[in-house]
Design a binder for this molecule. Structure first.
Ligand SMILES: *Cc1c(COP(=O)(O)O)cnc(C)c1O
Length: 444
């Protein structure tokens, strides 16, 4: 069979570098995270199921605060949000980025302090702005000229709202075209080079109830090099310097967004946070000294790097099919719980769990159960050649942009989320049931 490789190391010696730090290998081929065997979670909660390691989330928050002691760190809720997640991030002392009234209301009704929340969005709805003002979010990031008058009117002549302006620094960075947001040819932000950003800022300064606290940029996602952030610092400080000359304006904050890259498979590169912190701090100090400006307080907004590596997706194999030279291993989830491979061609390294296999490794394509040929979860995955229906597969680095992008495709229902900590598993979000689906369907 052409798909069988030379005998590789048995699964017990697998590389766990992209798994949560708590991952352990109990006997009989299982894998435990947060002290709980994943096969036990599959038995108890069914499959597919998403597992979130609470300690890993909290450790990642602390790593950020340690690396950036003078900065404000905001968790980008769109990577993954549920009430427990909001609670952990709050307890660890981070702020929160939201992009909708839904994310905002969920966080605030869980007890997240509204003043530590920032509202983003290239097209904020009236409901988003109403919720933001009613709940008292800390800052609103202006992303289009029309928003300025609309926001000022909603705040009212006696009101007050802190705002930032999202600018486009003209930098191409990020893991894929669809997640590059620092360039001129995409929908986010106001361009520095064509003068839109300066123009919008002048209009904000004309609105006394809006207090401009700083510039914001977000270059994209899955960036593994420090360099684009340093270029962004230079360009944003350049704009700050022009604003000082034109308006005598000194902005106290500078937000560099998120986009910090992580490894999805062993051996892949991740952004070096310590180097990022050190070099950004130095670049900012130097650029401000040259411009004769005080150094603004830095804000960063990691999403993926906090939630991604803390999550694991567990699926059950439903079918194994040999077609030509390909072996397809089909599981009980797919693009409805993880659209990322279909959207950006991302690669994952799933692992057989729940039993020990001594079989050689074969190269297989792990596919989902949905009615699209592009419903591939992992192309070129290495799995034991005897992988068969009934087996369990675990996919690491599944905590970000999976469930937050989940859809209702084929009405399979979205999977539950289970938290693990200190040997205990608890349900955070239950599985979407047929009853949930029927109850929204109110006409006939
Ligand atoms: C998506 C987003 C983030 C987080 O991006 P990650 O790649 O998950 O770190 C931060 N800030 C803004 C404005 C975003 O849109």
């Amino acid at each position: 069979m052409t798909t069988v490789h030379e005998p590789t190391a048995p699964t017990t010696a697998a590389d766990l570098s992209v798994w949560p730090a708590s991952t352990a290998e109990p006997p009989h081929g299982d894998l435990a995270v947060g002290g709980v065997p994943l096969a036990e979670i599959a038995d108890r909660f069914g499959t597919p199921v998403y597992v979130l390691d609470e300690a890993e989330v909290r450790d990642r928050c602390r790593t950020y605060l340690d690396a950036f002691p003078d900065a404000e760190v905001l968790y980008a809720a769109k990577a993954f949000l549920c009430r427990a997640m909001a609670h952990w991030v709050d307890e660890e002392g981070l702020g929160l980025d939201v992009c909708s009234a839904g994310e905002l209301e969920l966080a605030v009704t869980t007890g997240f302090p509204a003043e530590r929340i920032v509202l983003h969005g290239n097209a904020k709805s009236p409901r988003d702005l109403e919720a933001a003002l009613r709940l008292g979010v800390g800052r609103i990031v202006i992303d289009s000229p029309a928003e300025i008058a609309r926001l000022a009117a909603a705040v009212g002549p006696d009101g007050h709202q802190k705002v930032m302006v999202r600018v486009v620094p003209g930098i191409s960075a990020g893991g894929h075209d669809k997640i590059r947001t620092g360039t001129e040819d995409q929908k986010f932000g106001l361009s520095i080079s064509d003068g839109y950003a300066q123009h919008a800022i002048t209009r904000i300064l004309d609105q006394p109830q809006l207090e401009l606290t700083g510039l914001h940029c977000h270059l994209g996602s899955q960036i593994t090099s420090v360099k684009p952030y340093l270029v962004a610092v230079r360009r944003l400080v350049g704009l700050m310097s022009r604003l000082y000359e034109q308006h005598g304006l000194v902005l106290p904050e500078l937000d560099l967004g998120g986009g910090h890259g992580i490894a999805y498979r062993p051996g892949e590169e991740a952004l070096d946070l310590t180097a990022l912190a050190r070099k950004v701090r130095a670049e900012l100090a130097d650029a401000c000294a040259t411009a004769g400006l005080p150094v603004p307080r830095l804000i960063i907004e990691p999403g993926r790097a906090i939630a991604g590596p803390a999550g694991i997706a567990v699926y059950r194999v439903l079918a194994v099919k040999h077609t030509g030279e390909h072996v397809f291993v089909a599981v009980d989830g797919g693009m409805s719980d993880n659209p990322r491979p279909a959207l950006y061609g991302v690669r994952y390294a799933p692992r057989l769990i729940g039993r020990h296999s001594t079989a050689e490794h074969a190269r297989v394509t792990v596919v989902g159960r949905h009615c699209e040929a592009g419903d591939v979860l992992a192309a070129d995955a290495e799995l034991p050649a005897d992988t068969r229906p009934g087996d369990l597969l675990a996919v690491p680095v599944a905590g970000a942009y999976h469930l937050s992008m989940a859809s209702g495709y084929n009405l399979v229902g979205r999977p539950p989320v289970v938290a693990v900590r200190d040997g205990l598993a608890r349900l955070l979000v239950r599985r979407e049931s047929l009853e949930d689906i029927r109850s929204r369907d109110v006409g006939l």
